[in-house]
Design a protein around this ligand. Sequence first.
Ligand SMILES: [Zn+2]
Length: 517
Amino acid sequence: MPSSERTYTTRVGASNAGAGQAAVEVLTDPSLAHIVDLVAWPRGDWLMVANSEGWARVPLAEPAAAWQVLRGRNPITDEDPLHGVPLARALADPSPPNDRNSYPFAGPRLASVFEDADRSPDLVVVHTPAHYWPERGGHPGEHGSLDAGQSRAPLLLSGPGVTGRGRLDRAARIIDIAPTLALLAGAPMPTAVGRPLADLCAGGPAAHVVGLLWDGANCNDLLDQAAAGALPAVARLLSRGCALTGGAVAEFPSVTLTNHTSALTGVGPGRHGILSNVYYDRAVGDQVIANDAKTWHQACEQLRPGVATVFEAVATARPGAVTACVNEPIDRGAGYSTFGLVRAMATDGGASGLGDHLPPTEGDPHATAEWVERDHDYAWSTRVDALGLSQMRQLWADPTGPPAFTWWNTTLTDTGHHGGGPYSPESRAALADADRRLGAFLDLLDGAGLYDRTTFLLTADHGSEGADPTCRGDWDDALTAAGVRFRDEGYGFLYLDRLEHPDRLEHPDQPGHPDQP
Ligand SMILES: [Zn+2]
């Protein structure tokens, strides 16, 4: 659909203009500048951005156009997707403030957030990368913001059909993942807004395509650890392919389910409908918690019409082709799916009920014992991923033939990056666990003579930056003190109208860590 046909919502309008104006005034006050990187909202035909130092705007219908500065300094001065690349540059200025930070593809990513008539917030608040908010579910390592560090997922291509070689200083977007996978699998993806990385991939379908999503893996650190010998399976993939040092830039907000969905559909949140891990739906009149163990198996019910998954694209182009989706909620159209099994179980708790079926950590040669003992979340996530590997082994040992397209989601990497922050012993242990499981799978393919016939794409759903434990504060307290009526979903999506649940206005229940049960 051309951009001129898009419909944008504008709700900082007549009925609540006062609330919108008051909210922007509160949120751009210098007293909150340490936690509010910027705010964005639609006004008429414009996408507005502002922070304590200035205002700017861009046309909603042409969000990639140059910003018009309205006042002071543009909050989005730098959009370089290679900002903070490679690792040494990120370490030299970790979690940088607004005037030293970069916001790749900021206009198009922010515009998408305001595209859904029922679910889009009236205004989004972008956390500074340093903001530490444990009382609202924040962690030492965080993502969700608009900046390069929290948005940058790795992107690595490997195997037959891949023509790119080595580390390439360029970047793509998460919405490019689906059309690239579809191209490798020999399927067109006309519903995608993203573009396939056609200059890095030869035409013609590969015999087998495997998409790997290592949730929350830091791109700089993944490439650095692979080069240092700590991730031999990733290095093995890279030896017959390429990696973009600028990675794949997540859609906004750079949270999990929004970007799993963008990676598998090729469209932004305003088009696919999963606006954030948690959002408000005006048509339903209630909060939707999309990214939760209890609801993952129902996530595809939130997809908007006109959206297709890679599984559906492959099924349409190649009838009878076997597809599989391991540990991934966005599974619509997949022949095999972990969450299909959860739906078949039909229990009240959804994937919470999987706990009884997870392999034990004891005796798992791929789990780092130190972190299993020290972090309960780590222990749970590594068990989930052990079950993922076991599914992969079963799928690829099937005598009817391995899948033409497989998607394998890894959870532990996000847990390790939240728990210790990027570049930490815990995040690196999580990467190593994931790499050992990938290595076990590659060995299986090697033994079956399938490795040379399989093309891989390794990515993530977002990046990771370390919070500053001294950078504290809560903009909701400031809004409440100023008399603004609002709901704040997922800590940053402000809804200023349709306040049907006044008892939950100020601090709607947080679902806890969104990737945890
Ligand atoms: Zn994630």
